[in-house]
Design a binder for this molecule. Structure first.
Ligand SMILES: *[C@@H]1O[C@H](CO)[C@@H](O)[C@H](O)[C@H]1NC(C)=O
Ligand SMILES: *[C@@H]1O[C@H](CO)[C@@H](O)[C@H](O)[C@H]1NC(C)=O
Ligand SMILES: *[C@@H]1O[C@H](CO)[C@@H](O)[C@H](O)[C@H]1NC(C)=O
Ligand SMILES: *[C@@H]1O[C@H](CO)[C@@H](O)[C@H](O)[C@H]1NC(C)=O
Length: 511
């Protein structure tokens, strides 16, 4: 080949590369932790979130958006596009002592983005298993990783307690191994800095996929003092600290979006912000006026904060509010679709592509949403429709506007934000809080079927189950049909060999 021909070819390849980059957008997904419905400015919160408000106003607010009631389930559905009943993760979180993980039998969102030619990076909380090397985020589609493998770390020390000894061990890693020199660096700052490093080092020959999963605003309640100083008007100390934590996250998002803009990436970026589940009033999060909280099947546990922004959205979508039913499992097909990727090798997805709904206002293709079926949750009450569905089993499902709950949904109170100094929290111990959240049962009542029209009654005050038995029956039949596709629950016993003391005083694979 002549030199000229070689040069022409190189030019064509280069052009092809650039047009590939231009035709598929950068995708930046920011996930907040335990961030309540009533903790964002535009929902009328007492907490100020100028960055999130402005970003949401520049794009589409998702106001009929659902996540899962707890952490691992939401993250597993984001990464797999599949319901918990199809991954075996229907019961709870993945505890760090459990030999468990998001099954390897279907590719992750990151696998698919990488396959579609993206440069893929994750910063923050994984929580999808790490007992064997294959489950680590950098072996599941991410080119680089920096963050926590499990949950409930200390914001400064980046440590997490081991159940059997109560000793705390480091849980901060990158794809090369444990990161031991960042103690004292508040995680909202640290993760923001790492995300900005990814953006600044990004080679624009490829599109960027960045998944930034903040620790903020999960307990423990910790924040540098100056963030909470501006909330002197909030008298409750815990709520004030929590508000400061939200402000630190809001500032982190500002810094990340500014980095995307200075690098010139924003105009070709889809930016998504989402919570992982509802807030916990006991650790100062708030979902009012929604009913219930994190860990429950009431809407306060899973009707999440979420919006989409970025230069890729059509200009006339700015300021739009979507009332369409959208679920966290929908991001998988939506984002792989935007990446012009393939679904080869995927087990059947439960998510639907929502891009036309988000970017063009077309009606959502999602008519049914299975919130969950958890056969291991303690049963509650009598099986009322035994030939259709055992109503003592914990489950919830949406069909159009109707929501049906069976079994024990968890505490269903409506908790306004604390404003007065006489309200003291019951406990600051997150581990025992976690336990009461995940294992609490409403034994006081044997009632185990509820039906709501969520469109008319988003706060779940008006139970229709007695008025509309035919709707109850139809939805139980639907639940039973979907249940027939469930896989067995993976919830192995805690393994003492997970003890970090046995492998370098760091959380990590032990099998
Ligand atoms: C920790 O080490 C990494 C890698 O050497 C370095 O990039 C980073 O700046 C260090 N952090 C601190 C706080 O010194
Ligand atoms: C955001 O950037 C400002 C200016 O560099 C810095 O002072 C602040 O700590 C950063 N905040 C976070 C959460 O990273
Ligand atoms: C759900 O399906 C499983 C497995 O097929 C079955 O064992 C269980 O009884 C079903 N649950 C209910 C409440 O029907
Ligand atoms: C639910 O409520 C909405 C709003 O009031 C109403 O338009 C709709 O018809 C109701 N759905 C059903 C199935 O009754």
């Amino acid at each position: 080949m002549s030199l000229y021909a070689t040069l022409v070819l190189a030019n064509i390849l280069c052009l092809f590369d650039q047009s590939l980059a231009a035709s598929t957008p950068n995708i930046v997904f920011v996930l907040a932790d335990d961030y309540g419905y009533n903790d964002i400015g535009y929902h009328g919160s007492q907490i100020q979130t100028p960055t999130l408000d402005k970003l949401a106003d520049s794009g589409v607010k998702l106001e009929n958006y659902y996540v899962q009631p707890i952490c691992t389930p939401t993250r597993s559905q984001l990464m797999s596009g599949r319901y918990q009943i199809h991954t075996g993760l229907q019961h709870g979180i993945i505890w760090p002592e459990q030999p468990n993980g998001l099954p390897l039998n279907s590719p992750t969102l990151a696998d698919k983005m990488k396959e579609a030619g993206y440069s893929t990076h994750m910063v923050g909380k994984w929580h999808l298993g790490f007992y064997r090397k294959e489950y680590l985020p950098w072996n599941r589609g991410f080119d680089t990783y920096f963050g926590y493998l499990t949950g409930s770390e200390d914001y400064y020390k980046h440590t997490r307690g081991f159940k059997f000894t109560s000793k705390a061990y480091l849980d901060l890693h990158n794809e090369q191994g444990p990161v031991k020199n960042e103690s004292g660096h508040y995680s909202a700052h640290l993760f923001t800095q790492k995300a900005i490093d990814v953006i600044n080092n990004h080679n624009e020959k490829k599109p960027l996929f960045l998944y930034l999963a903040y620790q903020s605003v999960h307990g423990p309640l910790e924040v540098p003092q100056h963030y909470e100083d501006k909330y002197e008007h909030i008298q409750n100390k815990e709520r004030r600290t929590y508000a400061g934590m939200v402000s630190a996250m809001d500032e982190g998002v500002r810094n990340v979006t500014e980095a995307l803009k200075s690098k010139g990436l924003w105009s070709n970026t889809v930016f998504i912000f989402s919570t992982d589940n509802g807030g916990i009033p006991k650790v100062a999060g708030n979902n009012f006026p929604l009913r219930g909280h994190k860990g429950t099947l009431w809407d306060g546990g899973m009707h999440g904060v979420g919006f989409v922004a970025g230069g890729v959205l059509k200009p006339d979508r700015a300021g739009k509010v979507s009332k369409d039913l959208i679920h966290v499992s929908d991001w998988y097909p939506t984002l792989v679709g935007l990446a012009k990727g393939s679904f080869n090798g995927c087990l059947p997805l439960d998510g639907v592509d929502q891009w036309d709904t988000i970017n063009s206002g077309m009606p959502s293709k999602r008519l049914i949403l299975l919130h969950n079926i958890d056969p291991l949750h303690q049963r509650s009450g009598l099986p009322l429709y035994p030939n259709t569905w055992d109503t003592s089993v914990r489950a919830a499902i949406r069909s159009g506007s109707y929501k049906l709950i069976t079994g024990d949904p968890g505490p269903g109170d409506w908790t306004p934000p604390p404003d007065s100094s006489d309200e003291q929290p019951k406990s600051n111990d997150v581990t025992s809080l976690d336990k009461s959240l995940y294992f609490q049962t409403e034994t006081s009542s044997l009632k185990n079927v509820w039906l709501f029209n969520i469109t008319a009654d988003p706060t779940e005050h008006n139970d229709l189950s007695e008025e509309r038995p035919e709707v109850v029956k139809a939805m139980l039949t639907l639940l039973s049909k979907i249940n027939a596709t469930a896989v067995p629950v993976r919830y192995p016993p805690f393994d003492p060999s997970s003890d970090p003391a046995q492998h370098g005083d760091v959380w990590g694979p032990w099998e």
